[in-house]
Design a protein around this ligand. Structure first.
Ligand code: SF4
Ligand code: SF4
Length: 147
């Protein structure tokens, strides 16, 4: 009889401890998100792939096709081409591609750019079995963001 009472008390104590942990967790703010329905907010210093920045006034890329980023990239994953159009004071990019399969996210391109035309995205959910999916036309991507 004593054993039954002792076991019952021990069982009840265990139940109370377990419930306390459950209730404590129930009222805590979740650290997970309902992916892919919810997006994570990435920290300011997070580095996704690079993208071109638009001039807020003209809506055009701030890139002047100086090629400094292309030269600074240690992984040789940037290609830039540009021309000086009639009536414009400086060159503008006509082509800007990134081979993200080789990018180490070192930031050399962002740092060297004289016009702050490059920045890191907050993109974190790139996934593909096709290598070609990581060859980015950054001009096209910038245009698509306008829509
Ligand atoms: S972050 Fe580094 S590796 Fe990636 S494109 Fe820029 S310079 Fe190249
Ligand atoms: S360094 Fe800046 S301005 Fe020069 S080509 Fe690269 S993105 Fe364009």
């Amino acid at each position: 009889m004593k054993n039954i009472i002792r076991d019952s008390v021990a069982g009840f104590k265990t139940l109370v401890v377990g419930m306390r942990v459950t209730i404590d967790q129930f009222f805590r703010r979740p650290v997970t998100v309902h992916y892919p329905h919810e997006a994570l907010k990435m920290p300011d210093r997070y580095r996704g792939h690079i993208e071109l920045v638009r001039d807020p006034e003209t809506g055009k890329s701030l890139c002047i096709a100086c090629k400094s980023c292309e030269k600074a990239c240690p992984s040789d994953c940037i290609f830039v081409d540009g021309l000086k159009r009639e009536g414009e004071k400086r060159k503008s990019a006509t082509e800007f591609t990134l081979d993200f399969t080789k990018c180490s996210l070192c930031g050399a391109c962002v740092e060297v750019c004289p016009t702050d035309a490059l920045r890191f995205t907050k993109s974190y959910n790139l996934a593909s079995t096709q290598k070609q999916s990581y060859f980015f036309d950054l001009m096209k991507r910038m245009e698509e963001q306008k829509k």
